[in-house]
Design a protein around this ligand. Structure first.
Ligand SMILES: *Cc1c(COP(=O)(O)O)cnc(C)c1O
Length: 431
């Protein structure tokens, strides 16, 4: 990996010149410092940047509302472009491509934690014998709260029911440990719920292998893809994942609190024995407005939709998915992302190998855009380094107790920014 790079500033500029995605940066609003200088924005894993065209996409719906009022729903009007009643459909379709799903397996609705609750209603079916859920110790708190409250709501004790997998000394969760735990409690196991990419370490979980073992032990598997979607390549259908949930405001650049998405494997779409929290948006369009009490269920993931969705929140997703498609899809994004992070790791190993430790796994298959750094010298604390980075016009984030997360993303970050980041870090640490 290291031979292809050089240490010089010119080399960073050369990498940008050769980058086929370099034009996409101009399509985003890059935040600036108080001095009016563009920030090195490495927190696209937390909140992706605003695509210019999202303003137009939202305006278009505002204007539709202003001009047509209720007719904007427009099922029966041919002069309304993208009527609201079916607005989500092309977006779900584009989204399904991004996660390696069939068109019918993905729906866009609600927010991430809400969707996790809804999926648990369908996929957590505890019996007196099989009621345990496997999670990882460093699970995102919101996911834990959802799971813990669902377990209690079904009348089980979370202390007996929730089984956690600990990371090893290297801070990572090992596949062998996951497999062993699944096998050990297989008879009692109802569900495995893990991240696609871990939010703290940036570790990619081997989803395909996890599904295989869980299914052999009669358990469902769900993944939280908040940090995976738009970051790494996914094949949810091929891997036979049962369900997945994700938000769209991280690598999908769709705005703070934007509406989220959800994947339901095709084999579960037509089941009549599966519980679901229902609402009228889960019924077929041709009978929906007959206002009958019969739940005329859709045979797609849309059956899990409850309410008519917030169109203004959905409009930026359209812009974001368009841009990804124009860039050549997730394959092209991943290609650049691999080069960006290899370059990053190269610079760190040349310039700061004694001062910075990466807790993110070394192998490129085991991480996406995000690298999690630890400062390992006595002279200066990680927190002080982080504060100085912020004061030097870098946006990255601090995760308690001692990690600095940085995520150069392929759509709007540059090789030069990676170069500058390491220069700034070096200056902070060595001076
Ligand atoms: C970002 C993130 C969330 C956030 O949940 P919201 O419901 O969107 O507020 C939850 N879980 C994980 C793993 C995340 O990365």
């Amino acid at each position: 990996m290291t031979e292809e790079f050089k240490l010089s500033e010119d080399f960073a500029l050369k990498l940008d010149k050769e980058d086929p995605l370099s034009n996409f940066r101009a399509q985003f609003n890059i935040p600036t410092t108080n001095q009016g200088i563009e920030e090195i924005y490495f927190v696209g894993n937390s909140l992706g940047l605003l695509p210019n065209r999202a303003r137009d996409a939202v305006s278009e719906e505002i204007n539709k509302w202003g001009k047509h009022g209720v007719k904007g729903h427009g099922a029966e009007r041919s002069d309304i472009k993208q009527p609201w009643v079916t607005y989500h459909q092309p977006l779900s379709k584009a989204m399904s491509k991004l996660v390696g799903a069939l068109d019918d397996e993905v729906t866009i609705m609600n927010t991430l934690t809400v969707n996790l609750h809804l999926m648990l209603i369908s996929y957590y079916i505890p019996t007196s014998k099989k009621n345990k859920i496997i999670i990882e110790e460093q699970i995102f708190p919101s996911d834990y709260f959802a799971i813990e409250s669902q377990v209690r709501q079904r009348g089980y004790d979370p202390r007996d029911t929730i089984v956690t997998i600990l990371p090893r000394e290297d801070g990572l969760v090992h596949l062998d440990d996951i497999k062993q735990k699944i096998i050990d409690i297989g008879d009692e196991l109802a569900l495995v719920f893990l991240p696609g990419v871990q939010f703290y370490t940036g570790q990619v979980f081997p989803m395909k292998e996890i599904v295989e073992v869980a299914h052999q032990n009669g358990a469902y598997v769900g993944f939280n893809l908040a940090h995976a979607v738009g970051n790494i390549e996914l094949s949810l259908n091929k891997w036979e994942v049962d369900f997945a949930v994700w938000c769209t405001y991280k690598y999908l650049n769709s705005g703070p609190g934007a509406i989220a998405a959800c994947y339901i494997n095709e084999i579960h779409l037509d089941r009549s024995d599966m519980d679901r929290f229902n609402g009228w948006w889960g019924t077929k369009l041709d009978t929906r407005f007959e206002m009958d009490k019969y739940f005329d269920k859709l045979s797609t993931a849309d059956a899990w939709q409850i309410s008519n969705p917030p169109i203004l929140s959905m409009a930026p997703i359209k812009s974001s998915l368009e841009i990804i498609e124009e860039a050549g899809g997730i394959k092209e994004l991943r290609k650049k992302s691999i080069k960006l992070s290899n370059y990053f790791k190269y610079l760190l190993s040349k310039e700061l190998s004694k001062e910075i430790h990466l807790i993110t796994p070394k192998s490129i298959e085991a991480h996406g855009c995000q690298l999690s750094l630890k400062v390992i010298i006595e002279k200066i604390s990680g927190r002080d380094v982080f504060d100085s980075l912020i004061n030097n016009g870098v946006s990255c984030d601090w995760r308690f107790p001692d990690v600095i997360r940085v995520a150069p993303v392929p759509l709007y970050n540059t090789f030069y920014e990676v170069y500058m980041f390491v220069q700034i870090l070096k200056k902070i640490i060595l001076e």
